[in-house]
Design a binder for this molecule. Structure first.
Ligand code: F6R
Length: 627
């Protein structure tokens, strides 16, 4: 499941489109039409995706379906999603993570007879093998999604004589991957069958019927009585009520409904006080998603990078800090010198040099930042090759890039980047690894080792968030009156220092300075006085000894030393006034990912400590679309 495409003037429909975010919602009502309820449920789930939408309902006359690409309001204005008959239905709102959002790829997907409809959130990893088998049995496919195999597998079982419930159970046992899905059939007009494996699915019950949803907020307008499906379980919603069964053996699961006491806002933030904190805590999952990018697309970008005679890494703000980290990764793994440039400086600084020999890799989570697009327009005009890394499929960056990769972090609501930053870092690391393989600059053993460590990064980040948040909160409290902070690092940790500084100043309004630690004695040290907080980013890597010298210099002048350090580094702990331990054995090029997490938390808690809203710091916008 990934997202990289060649661009040749129009979106190229050459790839398999797969979805891993998205929201599903549906209901079986005792009275009234299902479609308007599904429409409003999908609106509540819009934060999960909004590039295409669809609803299917059933009644005595059969199955009815409307879907198209576009935001829910746009599609509703075109098709009137409320105007579908029947009291039972399913719906889907999509966040495409691969390929252009088109009507044929919007859910629900149907079987050959168009009597079975399926909505799906997740990834079917073995879909191509299943599809081949189904094609051999003369099933007809219309989309490029992995999901479409599901209605056809169910159709096979129904043709063989199974009822809907058994057909779904047999079909899903053939699936590998993650899925929350819901199925309706025109042959069984009083039933919805839902299944869960890895992707979230919650069932709600009210006096007027049964509901299912990817998330709580969409259920709350109807009921606060819910039951969470577990992996490997299916729920059969019918006029007789709700029955939960194990997929494995069909045995009944007895589970009571839980009564929630949540407001809508609390539910949207999943119980976290702010979106920013929620997004920080989501990183183990979003990093995991970014690790499932399809290799061939990373290879495609890596091939372009390999051909580059000169490579500019262009971005603004946090995305620029990811470029900085990337420049160290490409250098150490691929022997490739790159030029990280702040987008608004690009034309003045390098405009005269840009030409056909240049490649520009632009990083922009929104894909709409005006400074980045301006630099790209200029570069295209001068015949440079444009590559993109973004979190927003269909954004301008994807349209102007020769090839791009989508990091699959999902929507980020907090204005300050957190999960999108680590998402950019993990994609850059994968690109560097791919390029390294192409160039043969690092031994296979070293690559294998790095790949193994990369796979552990989501767990490492999970450990940091869950183990160290309280400690970071205390540090934020202790230094909340600081007039200024320093963030210092060497090597690749320079990028982490720069990001820590940006987060703190934009969220807590504390003037902060980031410097390469080795440079700090050439000027910045003059600011140091007793109690001045200096954050050192000090993984156990090749820079460690030199960093210790820099710590000693600062300490001698009365600075308060805060170290983000390796959990085994006792010597460094003794030097620090405060420290945050990071799991050991993190390879140097991957360290910006875990080491930036405590700094996100520091900025978040410092902001809260000062009574600032971390989700909406003053004067800032999520996407800066002016030059
Ligand atoms: C800081 C932050 C901004 C963005 C910058 C670029 O927390 O979010 O600095 O990184 O505005 O945005 P994108 O990545 O959308 O181009």
């Amino acid at each position: 499941m990934t997202s990289a495409q060649l661009f040749n003037g129009s979106p190229l429909d050459s790839s398999i489109w797969r979805i891993c975010l998205c929201g599903i919602f549906g209901c079986l009502l005792h009275s009234g039409n299902a479609a308007p309820i599904i429409h409003s449920g999908l609106k509540q789930l819009e934060y999960r995706g909004y590039d295409s939408v669809g609803v299917a309902t059933i009644n005595d006359k059969g199955l009815f379906l409307k879907k198209d690409a576009g935001k829910i309001d746009e599609v509703h204005a075109m098709l009137d999603l409320d105007d579908l008959p029947g009291s039972i239905g399913i719906g889907h709102t999509r966040w495409a993570t691969h390929g252009a959002p088109l009507k044929i790829n919007a859910h629900p997907h149907t079987d050959c007879s168009q009597r079975i409809a399926v909505v799906h959130n997740g990834i079917i990893e073995n879909f191509s093998i299943l599809k081949e088998t189904l094609l051999n049995k003369e099933h007809e496919f219309v989309s490029r999604t992995d999901t479409e195999v599901i209605p056809h597998l169910i159709e096979e079982e129904i043709i063989a004589g199974a009822n809907l419930e058994d057909a779904v159970r047999t079909a899903v046992r053939q699936l590998e991957g993650s899925y929350a899905l819901a199925v309706i059939s025109a042959e069984e007009k009083d039933k919805i069958v839902c299944v869960r494996n890895q992707s979230p699915l919650i069932i709600g019950e009210s006096v007027n019927g049964l509901f299912f949803s990817s998330d709580i907020p969409a259920l709350l307008p109807h009921t606060n009585k819910v039951v969470y499906l577990e992996n490997g379980e299916m729920a059969v919603l019918s006029r007789e009520g709700l029955v939960i069964k194990r997929i494995e053996d069909g045995s009944i699961v007895s589970r009571k409904l839980t009564e929630l006491s949540l407001t809508m806002e609390m539910a949207q933030k999943k119980g976290y006080p702010h979106f920013m904190l929620k997004e920080i805590y989501e990183q183990p999952e979003t990093l995991g998603n970014a690790l499932r990018l399809q290799r061939n697309y990373l290879d495609l970008i890596a091939t372009f990078l390999d051909r580059a005679e000169e490579l500019y890494l262009v971005a603004c703000g946090t995305s620029y800090n990811a470029c900085l980290a990337g420049s160290y990764m490409f250098s150490s793994l691929c022997n490739l010198a790159t030029i990280p440039v702040i987008a608004s400086e690009f034309i003045d600084q390098y405009g005269g040099a840009v030409g056909i020999q240049s490649t520009v890799l632009a990083l922009s989570q929104s894909g709409e930042t005006a400074d980045v697009l301006h630099a790209i327009d200029y570069s295209r005009y001068h015949a440079a090759t444009i590559l993109g890394l973004t979190n927003t499929l269909g954004s301008t960056l994807t349209r102007v890039s020769r090839a791009y990769v989508c990091q699959q972090t999902g929507p980020e609501i907090g204005v300050a980047a957190s999960k999108t930053y680590t998402g950019q870092l993990i994609v850059m690391a994968q690109l560097a690894l791919r390029l390294s393989k192409i160039r043969g600059k690092v031994s296979q053993d070293a690559i294998d080792e790095l790949e193994a460590r990369l796979a552990q990064i989501p767990d490492v980040v999970d450990k940091i968030i869950n183990g160290q948040a309280e400690r970071v909160k205390e540090i934020a409290k202790k230094y909340s009156d600081a007039r200024c902070y320093y963030f210092l690092g060497r090597g690749i940790s320079n990028s982490t220092a720069a990001e820590g500084r940006l987060k703190l100043l934009e969220l807590a309004y504390i003037p902060s300075i980031a410097y390469p630690a080795g440079e700090s004695k050439h000027g910045p040290i003059s600011l140091i006085e007793k109690g001045f907080p200096v954050v050192f980013i000090c993984p156990r890597d090749s820079t460690r000894k030199a960093v210790i010298s820099n710590i000693m210099e600062m300490k001698a002048r009365g600075a308060s030393i805060i170290c983000i350090l390796d959990e085994t580094d006792k010597e460094m702990m003794d030097l620090a006034d405060d420290y945050v331990p990071i799991p050991t054995n993190i390879p140097e090029i991957l360290s910006p990912i875990p080491y930036s997490v405590p700094l996100q938390l520091l900025a978040y808690y410092s902001s809260v400590e000062k009574g600032i809203d971390p989700d909406q710091p003053r004067n800032l916008a999520k996407s800066v679309t002016v030059l």
